[in-house]
Structures are given as structure tokens and as C-alpha cells.
Design a protein around this ligand. Structure first.
Ligand code: ATP
Ligand code: MG
Length: 349
């Protein structure tokens, strides 16, 4: 049974033992598989904390997402189920298990690298055009896969896309399915009905214009949000950012107004016209339309070609920076070794 609580040892607290035994019905000889490292906080979302940990059997590092049992709007179990449906997809983190202790629901998943927001900070708050286009191409493919499994993501933002670790640092992973929603019945293929008057779900900065209007979200809205996020990466910010209004409703209204008032042409000025076409395409889609993912990927590739660039996954800005820094460190090591040799030689003399 996939959703059955399994063994976990949080902080090696023996007090948890009893509870885990109860849950497990003494089925497993080995009691604790995962250990959490409370000193390694990976992130704090609006719904809980994420810590690093490891698998005691294999030594493999993992990420542990917690949600208080007392959470007003629990969503981690449903997120786990969605992850399960998406397992095996490229750029989808592996999930290992979901369990609970006295305080939390606990989701154990693959440990990934930093989010695109953190990478943006490390790259002086702007990505190069090539990096943005390559991110865009991967995100279109991620959405194509998620949509093919009948889900909408509904919370497109830079914190919800993480790069992989080690040789996966050129892969962008989609995380955080806390707001994801099934838009199609897998059995009948029936699309959810159109509705309006809905509250804003997701993140206002990247929300589609139709989401601002209170329309039920569909595939088009994930795509439009990716368009805004790509512009954000190129520009470093969006024109509707930084408004100081205490009342969130009034703030969202202002963002909506600005998104509507600004001409797409002006919003995208100074950047490849293909980005404008990308957003326009999403805005022109009808509620139930399936996005033409190939068309969108081709737009991004065309923008690269028009600017004399070719997609090359070793050229993501953070990879170039990290390799440069690594090169410097290696040079320093060589210098130190050289110095060391000198000392040795002098001493030997
Ligand atoms: N598997 C992982 N590996 C490494 N870091 C992770 C992992 N999962 C989450 N994080 C970090 O924790 C942050 C929050 O995670 P997540 O988005 O899943 O939580 P949330 O509570 O749903 O957040 P939100 O505030 O977006 O609603 C991420 O932005 C990321 O920095
Ligand atoms: Mg998140």
C-alpha cells in the first residue's frame, strides 16, 4: 500500500519508537531508515519546513518535507499522491515515502540543488538570454509531462523549480505540487468545467491575466505564468513588483491592473519577439485548449538561433560561474602545492 505510514527516525528520538511500532504493526525488522539533520534547513515554505537528511542504510542524502498535523489546510499527503503519479518523469524528483509522527506528516524525497531564485541571486539577479531560453525549453517539457498526467501545477514561480545536484545541475526539476489540481478525468478524458468568481490560487506576480480575473485555471495559465517568469529572469524584476499595499486584495488588484494596462510589446521591449509571442499564444488559448508544446519549444530555439546562440546545457549561467570558481580554487591548490614544494625543497637543502 503506497500511502501506508512507514518507518522514520526524526532526530533519533527514541520517544518516536513506540508510535512508529504502532503504525508499523511490527512488520519490519529494521525500524528507522531515514534520519533528519535539523541543522540543514533547506527551505521554509508557507506550509512547512524542509530539512536535509539521509538514508541510514545506503547513506543517500534526501530531503524531508514536514507539515504540521495541525495545519489548517493540509496538503502534503495529496502532494505525495501527485508525486507518485508523476514518478519516472524527467525532471520530477523521486519520492520515497510518506509517514507521520506525533506532530508532522513527513515526506521523504530526492535531495535536489538550489532553486532558480537562489541561482538568480548568485548570478547578480539576471540570467543571460541563452540561460533563460534553455530554462524555458525545459519548463515547457516539464509542463507537457505534468499536463499529460492530468495535472496543472498552478504555482509557477522561481522557488518551485530546482536544479539537480552534481551531474544533474543542468536539469530543472519541478517541485511543490501543493496547489496542483487534476484538470482532466483520466478515465473519461473529460476536462473540468469552466468556472469564474474564484479566489487567486498561486503567486500573484506570475499569475496569468485570466487567473487574476477569477477564472478556473487550465493548461494555458501554467504556460502564461512560465512566460512571465522567463521575463522576470531576463529583466531581474517585473513592472508590477514592489508595491507597498497592506491589504492583499488591493495589492492583487493593482498587479492585475498593471498586467492589463501594459502592452505586451512594451513589457517585452528589448527582448526577443519570440517571448512576446510565447505569452500572446498563452493568452489567446481557450479554456480547454491543449498547448502546442512543440511550437513553444521551437519559439525559444528560434530566439536563440536569431541571436547567434545554440542550446548547450553546459552553458547555464550557474554552471559557468561554478566552474570558473572551481577553476580558481584548483589554481589556488596548485599554487599552494607549488609553495609547499618550495618549502620542502628549501628544507631538504
Ligand atoms: N527536494 C528538495 N531538495 C532541496 N531543496 C528543497 C527540496 N524540496 C524543497 N526544497 C526547498 O524548500 C523550499 C520550499 O519547498 P516547497 O516549495 O516544496 O514548500 P512549500 O511549503 O510548498 O512552499 P511554498 O511557500 O512555495 O508554498 C524550496 O523552494 C526549496 O528551496
Ligand atoms: Mg514552494
Amino acid at each position: 500500500m503506497e500511502d501506508e505510514p512507514k518507518k522514520i527516525n526524526i532526530n533519533n528520538e527514541t520517544s518516536k519508537k513506540e508510535e512508529i511500532d504502532k503504525n508499523e504493526g511490527h512488520k519490519h525488522k529494521e525500524k528507522y531508515i531515514f534520519t533528519m539533520d535539523k541543522d540543514r534547513l533547506l527551505g521554509k515554505g508557507s506550509f512547512g519546513k524542509i530539512f536535509a537528511g539521509y538514508n541510514k542504510k545506503t547513506g543517500e542524502e534526501v530531503a524531508i518535507k514536514l507539515e504540521l498535523l495541525s495545519a489548517e489546510q493540509p496538503q502534503l499527503i495529496s502532494e505525495y499522491k501527485i508525486y507518485k503519479t508523476l514518478q519516472g518523469g524527467f525532471g520530477i524528483p523521486k519520492v520515497y515515502e510518506c509517514s507521520r509522527n506525533k506532530k508532522n506528516i513527513i515526506l521523504i524525497m530526492e535531495l535536489l540543488g538550489e532553486s532558480l531564485e537562489k541561482k538568480l541571486n548568485k548570478c547578480n539577479r539576471k540570467f543571460s538570454l541563452l540561460t533563460v531560453l534553455m530554462i524555458g525549453e525545459q519548463l515547457v517539457s516539464r509542463l507537457e509531462f505534468i499536463h499529460s498526467k492530468n495535472y496543472l501545477h498552478r504555482d509557477i514561480k522561481p522557488d518551485n523549480f530546482l536544479v539537480g545536484r552534481g551531474n544533474k545541475r543542468d536539469t530543472i526539476y519541478a517541485i511543490d505540487f501543493g496547489l496542483a489540481k487534476k484538470y482532466k478525468d483520466p478515465k473519461t478524458g473529460l476536462h473540468i468545467p469552466y468556472r469564474d468568481g474564484k479566489n487567486l490560487t498561486g503567486t500573484a506576480r506570475y499569475a496569468s491575466t485570466n487567473t487574476h480575473l477569477g477564472m478556473e485555471q487550465s493548461r494555458r495559465d501554467d504556460i502564461e505564468a512560465v512566460g512571465y517568469m522567463l521575463l522576470y529572469f531576463l529583466k531581474g524584476s517585473l513592472p508590477w513588483q514592489g508595491m507597498v499595499l497592506k491589504d492583499p486584495k488591493r495589492k492583487y488588484d493593482k498587479i492585475k491592473q498593471l498586467k492589463y494596462d501594459i502592452k505586451l510589446e512594451d513589457l517585452c521591449a528589448g527582448h526577443p519577439v519570440e517571448l512576446e509571442k510565447f505569452i500572446q499564444y498563452a493568452r489567446d488559448m481557450k479554456f480547454e485548449d491543449k498547448p502546442d508544446y512543440n511550437y513553444l519549444r521551437n519559439l525559444l530555439r528560434k530566439a536563440a538561433a536569431e541571436n547567434g546562440m545554440q542550446f548547450d546545457s553546459s552553458k547555464f549561467d550557474w554552471i559557468v560561474i561554478e566552474d570558473k570558481e572551481k577553476g580558481k580554487e584548483d589554481d589556488n591548490d596548485i599554487e599552494e602545492k607549488k609553495d609547499g614544494n618550495k618549502i620542502n625543497k628549501i628544507k631538504n637543502k
